[in-house]
Design a binder for this molecule. Structure first.
Ligand SMILES: C[C@@]1(CC(=O)O)c2cc3[nH]c(cc4nc(cc5[nH]c(cc(n2)[C@H]1CCC(=O)O)[C@@](C)(CC(=O)O)[C@@H]5CCC(=O)O)C(CC(=O)O)=C4CCC(=O)O)c(CCC(=O)O)c3CC(=O)O
Ligand SMILES: NC(=O)C1=CN([C@@H]2O[C@H](COP(=O)(O)OP(=O)(O)OC[C@H]3O[C@@H](n4cnc5c(N)ncnc54)[C@H](O)[C@@H]3O)[C@@H](O)[C@H]2O)C=CC1
Length: 215
């Protein structure tokens, strides 16, 4: 079993090349595009969904089979053609060039996999169950989606606002850490779940910061 190292990649503006234009390629293209990547598809055929994305300019499309040299300048590469030997060739070229590659027909042949993902506002949960398979991962995501409902979304919005203000106003790291620790210790989530939390005004936030600065 491969022991994957979880990372969250910032793909904004990065060139990501997908080989293949089937349903697997469509899924990867959708999430890369949503993340602001510059997506390039190389495939002689596209699903209707990918054709629409190419027509609207969401992805660039080169209509042909893979050729050696196609990977130049890529940040990430996805080998998602229906031909396993070609996917392996793409993976070899990526290795030679030092580019990270995802291999759709055999996860462990690549450098990274696409996990199952649950998104809720600011929250991103990525799940892999290795050889138990993507359906098992999706099952975990469904279970987690019950745990992390809309209140959690509102809670993270509030925490994000508070953390930004604290980072902005407080220059001393130890004071900042103390405030952030107290913020997390005070169970705002429970108050929100019980419906007893009212959004704070700027004055209330300032007051809380002043009051909680000392131990
Ligand atoms: C290793 C990995 C590599 C990678 O793609 O990165 C991989 C590999 C393979 N998938 C296969 C099959 C299926 N994959 C899906 C679906 C998804 N697969 C995804 C990820 C991953 N799939 C990576 C591991 C992630 C992990 O560890 O959990 C998801 C989560 C994300 C995404 O693809 O973006 C996405 C959910 C999208 C969503 O709906 O949200 C379905 C279900 C469906 O299509 O409805 C089936 C059919 C059921 C079944 O076979 O289990 C096969 C056999 C192919 C064959 O038999 O020919 C292989 C090859 C192998 O076994 O290695
Ligand atoms: N990772 C995953 O989630 C899953 C992976 N798979 C695997 O992923 C691969 C793709 O699956 P699908 O999208 O369902 O296949 P598909 O058969 O629907 O699409 C394959 C695409 O590859 C293109 N293609 C074929 N040869 C090419 C080449 N030399 N260069 C560039 N493009 C080429 C075809 O035109 C087509 O658009 C398969 O190997 C399959 O075993 C399948 C299901 C899920």
């Amino acid at each position: 079993m491969v022991r994957y190292v979880p990372v969250m990649l910032n793909c904004e503006g990065q060139r990501c090349i997908i080989f293949g234009g089937g349903s697997v390629a469509e899924r990867k293209a959708g999430s890369l595009h949503q993340a602001g990547a510059s997506v390039h598809i190389i495939s002689p055929q596209l699903t209707p969904g990918l054709s629409a994305m190419a027509a609207s300019g969401d992805v660039a499309w080169t209509s042909r089979l893979y050729r050696e040299g196609d990977l130049q300048g890529a940040f990430l590469v996805y080998a998602a053609t229906g031909q396993e030997d070609i996917n392996e060739e793409i993976a070899s070229e990526a290795r030679r060039l030092g580019i990270m590659v995802n291999v759709a027909h055999r996860g462990e042949s690549g450098d990274f996999i696409s996990p199952a993902v649950l998104r809720r506002g600011r929250l991103t949960l990525a799940v892999s169950t290795a050889d138990a398979g993507p359906l098992a991962s999706l099952h975990v995501c469904r279970r987690l989606s019950e745990e992390f409902g809309e209140t959690f979304d509102a809670y993270l919005e509030f925490m994000s606002q508070m953390r930004t203000i604290i980072k902005d106003k407080i220059e001393t790291p130890s004071t900042r850490h103390r405030l952030l620790r107290k913020l997390y210790e005070q169970d705002f989530l429970r108050d929100m779940e019980q419906g007893v939390f009212t959004p704070w005004s700027m004055d209330q936030i300032d007051e809380w910061i002043t009051y909680n600065q000392e131990d």
